[in-house]
Design a protein around this ligand. Structure first.
Ligand code: FPP
Length: 231
């Protein structure tokens, strides 16, 4: 594939519930199918040489969902990570988690910490999973960290270093599935110059072909970062 590839792709994986409803299945069945799409995007990113992939798995607003769905999502995530972590290490994927940790189940937090420590030697692909993540919350936590350190004044670059994605370049491409055209409190600071790609496809149907379409679209964009194109 002769494409200009993004180095960092962020994805809002939307439409699992609608996918399930269209098949008269419980919503959680949509989430299970959505995990397979996440896996396919991870594999293709790695094969193509994309260096960073950030997936929005659970937002600070998702706590408004029914308790059973929240529990099912955490069980799914924990079960998946336990089952697949070795496979991800074999693929040399470094896993990192962004978001708050103080409201998540203890067992999940422990697993997240273990996986971060065990995978920090890999660098084929950095996979950031956003769990209890909100862009505003990220910014407020960053401000508070800086204040705690006694900082009085910061430059943009110094401030970025306090955010959850401190060690990653900003996303080049943001993909959102299922027809919604919003940022929904995802990486507010980091998305300042990111190219946006929206598709009607529901997340469980977003597999290699759809991902390739998004990458092809990105490849055709001219990025100016507020400047002008060099002729
Ligand atoms: C959006 O669909 C999806 C979510 C809120 C959860 C996404 C989580 C996963 C796919 C699991 C991720 C797990 C791993 C291991 C990466 P929705 O429920 O908002 O769908 P709807 O808008 O159609 O109701």
């Amino acid at each position: 594939m002769d494409l200009k590839l993004p180095s960092h792709v962020a994805i809002i994986m939307d439409g699992n519930g609608r996918w399930a409803r269209a098949r008269n299945l419980p919503r959680v069945a949509g989430h299970y199918e959505g995990v397979k799409s996440a896996e396919s995007v991870v594999r293709l990113s790695r094969e193509l040489g994309i260096k960073y992939l950030t997936l929005f798995a659970f937002s600070t607003e998702n706590w408004k969902r029914p308790r059973e769905e929240i529990n099912a999502l955490f069980e799914l995530l924990e079960g998946y990570l336990k089952e697949k972590k070795e496979e991800l290490y074999e693929l040399e994927v470094r896993l990192r988690f962004i978001g708050r940790r103080d409201r998540l189940p203890q067992s999940l937090v422990k697993l997240m910490e273990t996986i971060e420590a065990e995978s920090d030697k890999f660098n084929r692909l950095v996979l950031n999973l956003a769990v209890d993540y909100g862009g505003r919350d990220d910014i407020v936590r960053a401000v508070n960290k800086a204040l705690t350190e006694g900082k009085k004044k910061l430059k943009e670059e110094d401030f970025s270093a306090y955010l959850d994605l401190a060690s990653c370049p900003d996303p080049d491409l943001l993909i959102r599935t299922a027809g919604e055209r919003r940022i929904s409190n995802f990486l507010l600071w980091n998305l300042a110059y990111t190219e946006l790609y929206f598709t009607e496809t529901l997340w469980p149907d977003f597999r290699e072909e759809e991902f390739t379409n998004a990458l092809r679209d990105y490849s055709s964009r001219e990025r100016k970062f507020g400047g002008i194109l060099n002729e």
